[in-house]
Design a protein around this ligand. Structure first.
Ligand code: NAD
Length: 346
């Protein structure tokens, strides 16, 4: 474990098995320097336990960076459940997860992530108070997607300003990959700002609903990388900037809400060489964790959330400007700043 590149100095990793419910879960705590580790719980049908292990390590390190860039008093952690989210979910499974989270005594706060809903986490919350992103309760913050999408919209504008000299999106052509929770809200903002949209998704129902609401053109999922647009906005999968897709991109900006957009950090260097300005994913998509952090703090304050999102957009601008001045990839600059911030805060 200690030799894996993904281990990346994690403080601790916890494996949980519950024979009665079949729960197989891993909770990784990358850093608690800034505060309790916070990050969602993903349920995925990994091929091997090693795949689950690598994924949770990578994701929890990413949460340390995301929370640091959003200037939250939180460290980074993540949970994964190894299982099929379509067939293996039961209330008891999530109660068992809740007991696992509780055994860490507040070192790790969980929430929903891919394959896990607010309703699932409500079962976990029956067994522990260390669950957030809930729809009921004293400080419930609910679905973080609208806040994420708002942050992505503002961050996309900040990136457009640097690339085009104006943040006016009126008439800009934007190719959007994924119109799920974040993508659909984002398309609403973009259409309102006058952007011309080309969208894709594997979910044709969602695709048609967003096209109807925004007047967007539709392309097949495999064609989105070839769309000659001003901006490409990934809001679905990870690792979509890779050696296969890079040469196909005909845009000046990549800015979207998806996590882990770069297959490797080198892809950020390649984007820069191709003259494409990349908004580092864990900076631009930090709105959701800001929303969750308000709940963890114990009192949901929308004004605090709004101010934090505004500050995050400024931070994104600072990253883009520093990268421009130093002639370096934006993801390299963001990683450096985030690592510097992984120290105790008062
Ligand atoms: P979601 O599941 O609601 O939406 C994802 C969409 O992508 C779905 O509509 C799905 O059909 C589509 N999709 C899947 N495979 C695709 C493919 N090959 N081509 C095109 N579309 C495809 O998830 P979400 O909550 O909207 O999150 C989207 C991304 O943003 C994820 O990477 C997530 O990790 C990230 N993110 C979300 C939040 C949040 O607040 N929800 C916060 C930060 C980051």
């Amino acid at each position: 474990m200690f030799d894996k590149p993904a281990f990346a100095g994690h403080e601790s990793v916890h494996h949980f098995f519950d024979a009665k419910t079949g729960l197989r879960a891993i909770i990784a705590i990358h850093s608690t320097a800034r505060g309790p580790a916070a990050g969602g719980c993903r349920m995925w049908n990994y091929v091997t336990s090693d795949d689950a292990f690598t994924d949770v390590l990578r994701l929890s390190e990413g949460m340390s960076y995301k929370n640091a860039m959003a200037d939250l008093p939180l460290g980074g952690g993540k949970a994964v459940i190894w299982g099929n989210s379509k067939t293996d979910k039961t209330p008891e499974l999530f109660r068992a997860l809740g007991r696992a989270i509780n055994s860490l005594n507040g070192k790790y706060w969980s929430a929903e992530d891919v394959g896990v809903s607010v309703n699932d986490m409500a079962f976990a919350a029956e067994e522990t108070k260390y669950v957030s992103g809930l729809s009921t309760g004293k400080a419930a913050s609910g679905d973080p997607s609208p806040v994420t999408a708002n942050g992505v919209f503002l961050g996309l504008k900040a990136t457009a300003l640097r690339a085009f000299g104006t943040d006016d999106l009126n008439g800009r052509h934007i190719a959007v990959q994924g119109v799920g929770h974040v993508g659909a809200y984002l398309c609403g903002h973009l259409a309102k700002a006058g952007a011309r949209l080309t969208i894709t998704d594997v979910n044709t129902e969602a695709l048609e609903a967003v096209a109807k609401a925004t007047g967007a053109a539709i392309v097949a999922p495999t064609e989105i990388y070839d769309v000659a647009a001003d901006i490409f906005s990934p809001n679905a999968l990870g690792a979509i900037i890779n050696p296969e897709t890079l040469p196909r991109l005909k845009v000046k900006v990549v800015a979207g809400g998806a996590n882990n957009q770069l297959a490797t950090p080198e892809m950020g260097d390649r984007l820069r060489e191709q003259g494409i300005l990349y908004a580092p994913d864990y900076v631009i998509n930090g709105g959701g964790i800001i929303n969750v952090a308000a709940e963890i703090a114990g009192a949901y304050d929308p004004a605090w959330v709004e101010a934090k999102v505004q500050r995050l957009v400024q931070t994104l601008g600072e990253v883009l400007d520093q990268a421009g001045t130093e002639g370096r990839a934006t993801n390299r600059v963001a990683d450096e700043i985030a690592r510097r911030r992984l120290v105790a805060i008062s």
